[in-house]
Design a protein around this ligand. Sequence first.
Ligand code: FCB
Length: 445
Amino acid sequence: MGTGCASIHLAITPKTPHEFTFPKNFLWGAATSAYQVEGNNANNDWWEWEQTHSSGARSGMAADHWNRFEEDFTLAKELGHNAHRFSIEWSRIEPQEGQWDIVALEHYASVIRSLRSKGMEPIVTLHHFTIPLWLAHQGGWTSQKAPALFARYVEKVAEYLGSDVFFWMTLNEPGVYAYKGYLVGEWPPGEKSPEQGIKVIDNLLLGHVLAYKKIKAMYVRKGWKEPMVGISQSVLIFRACSDYSLRDRVAARFRHWMFNHLFVQALIRGHAYCVGVFNIHLPQTKTLDFIGLNYYTRDFVQHSGFGFPGILGQACTATVTQDQHTGKDNSLSWEIYPKGLDTFLKDFSRYKLPLLVSENGIATNDDAQRTDFIREHLKAIAHAMEEGAPVIGYLYWSLLDNYEWSQGFVPRFGLIEVNYTTQKRTIRESARRYEEIIRSGKLRF
Ligand code: FCB
């Protein structure tokens, strides 16, 4: 104005808030696993491992969920949940090879009845990291007998519990299981052997296929409505430590393919084809009805050689620059990166199967952080669904504070706080905020 200077107008378009409505039949709830919450699972490999290897923490009574499931599900119902994922402890069902414990089967039947009576859909995992001691002592999943033994146990469980179950998940995070137990040796049996790791993946693939068939055949035989059978796949965003390093980028791509896609692709395409190292051939028929995705974080990866496992690279999280990292971590130093969930839901849409977020959660002592975490991840889901991702539900990890494997009881993941001295449950504020979203079925962003 009279200064002779041209004025510059910055066009800032205000973001119009919009509302996303989740489908009416969307599954809302939380997840747990037997070993982490039940307590006293003394007949499996983790228990044995804890006596000699853990950093001091032993699972012991855990959250005593074996005795308190009724109370826990009453709280979940109060929080608006309409679904709950839990796992069956194989070592309780088959304490000795070929011997079935009917009392344990009956226990899980009451767990399922309790959920159903409260209007919650049971989502049943058949293998969540632990195996019976008798199997561990025969080589666990490296044994050629393991797939058939697993399938026999699954058949027994399906026969006993199947009339009331629609969603089955055969395996939880098979890749993580093989990696932690057989490649880096951080979990039982503490092996560091790529050959054994590959053998385990082969056997898990076969185990899933056999179990899938047993479940399907049982339902046909009994005349029950055909169930959905899937797996829980861990998914992690992998980013190169340095975008300028081709080698780092290759390591990140390779990890992405190996850890996020290989197992599912092997099942869907009917054969495993990891650069010639896997040599089993799986049937071409369908063996996956839906995919569970467990999403937590993003990792930064750098090149560490061209052999195996060097090609997978190694973590460099501590050295990444601030512009690469969001700067927000959970109490286990896992980066909080909600966008990754959106990425994966769109990425996995290519398989044209329903997707269930079967785990997503945060370990934190700051509950306000949990509220934000859930909201941001639900936004990511809404975003992906708007772009067509076939998401059928969201299960927060975890309903309760629990035993976090080698990290013990320190990480607090629960919507419900557990006092491990008294076993008293206290609903956290974040669970109430999650409940509001569930009850409205809407998210504004
Ligand atoms: C997943 C596991 C689950 C829990 C969370 C934090 O990888 O499936 O048991 O430990 O991580």
